[in-house]
Design a protein around this ligand. Structure first.
Ligand code: FPP
Length: 230
């Protein structure tokens, strides 16, 4: 889908990295960092909605993260449960649409059900759209789309191929932020990020507050987006 050429991104993706290190610095278990990460999400969503950004896509769990120790995964599932039970419904009463991309069938059944329920109740194209990538991997998404396209037969074009991606109907991200100091995309929205501006910060996700988000917006507004043109 068309990307924004204005100074404000329409869709911002965030690779939320650094929860574990944030906890370690406080001599606390990793679960403490994820808990702080969830609190950060809650505050950040409230703020991002006020900026005029219309879509926020959060990388909550990659397919690779599924190989983490069971107790860490169980902690994350508890946070998903809590978020989708307690916080998501409140947001939805308030002109926010929530959706999930990725294969959630491998999550504990009650968590997956809660997510499906919220997504089903949630409209599409609300004034603000919050998208969680959960057990998401971009390569798997592309392979899945390729299989759908091959079953359909005929000529594959960028346009019809992108209909089979999880993100169909969502504008491509204009800006992708990664917290936590690593400088890579880690299998996040590879197709969709073709023209995204990338912003990397050492700030660990639990510390990524309004000020940090504004810094990223400011940097975005300074970039000269040519989409391959001169
Ligand atoms: C990466 O940090 C973060 C994750 C794997 C999980 C992200 C989850 C949250 C922010 C909280 C829960 C989410 C929802 C949707 C309620 P890391 O643990 O890899 O950090 P490290 O690189 O410092 O070890």
């Amino acid at each position: 889908m068309a990307r924004s050429s204005s100074h404000l991104p329409v869709n911002v993706g965030i690779i939320m990295d650094g929860n574990g290190r944030w906890a370690k610095r406080r001599l606390m278990p990793r679960s403490y960092g994820h808990d702080a990460g969830m609190k950060r999400i809650i505050k950040l969503v409230d703020y991002v909605r006020t900026t005029g950004v219309k879509y926020l896509t959060l990388y909550a769990l990659s397919t690779e993260n599924l190989s983490r120790p069971e107790d860490e995964l169980n902690g994350l599932y508890s946070l998903f449960r809590k978020y989708f039970e307690e916080y998501a419904p409140k947001l939805m009463d308030d002109d926010v649409a929530i959706s999930v991309i990725g294969d959630i069938s491998v999550l504990p059944e009650d968590v997956a059900m809660k997510m499906r329920e919220v997504c089903a109740r949630s409209g599409k194209n609300a004034p603000f759209n919050l998208i969680f990538a959960v057990n998401y991997g971009s390569r798997a998404e592309i392979v899945r789309a390729a299989n759908f396209a091959s079953r359909l037969g005929g000529n594959v074009t960028e346009e019809n191929f992108s209909r089979f991606l999880y993100t169909y109907g969502v504008p491509d991200p204009d800006l992708i932020i990664r917290t936590g100091g690593e400088v890579r995309l880690s299998n996040f929205l590879l197709w969709q990020a073709a023209y995204a501006e990338l912003y990397f910060t050492d700030t660990l996700f639990p510390d990524f507050d309004e000020r940090e988000f504004n810094k990223a917006l400011k940097e975005f507004s300074r970039r000269n987006r040519r989409f391959g043109k001169v």
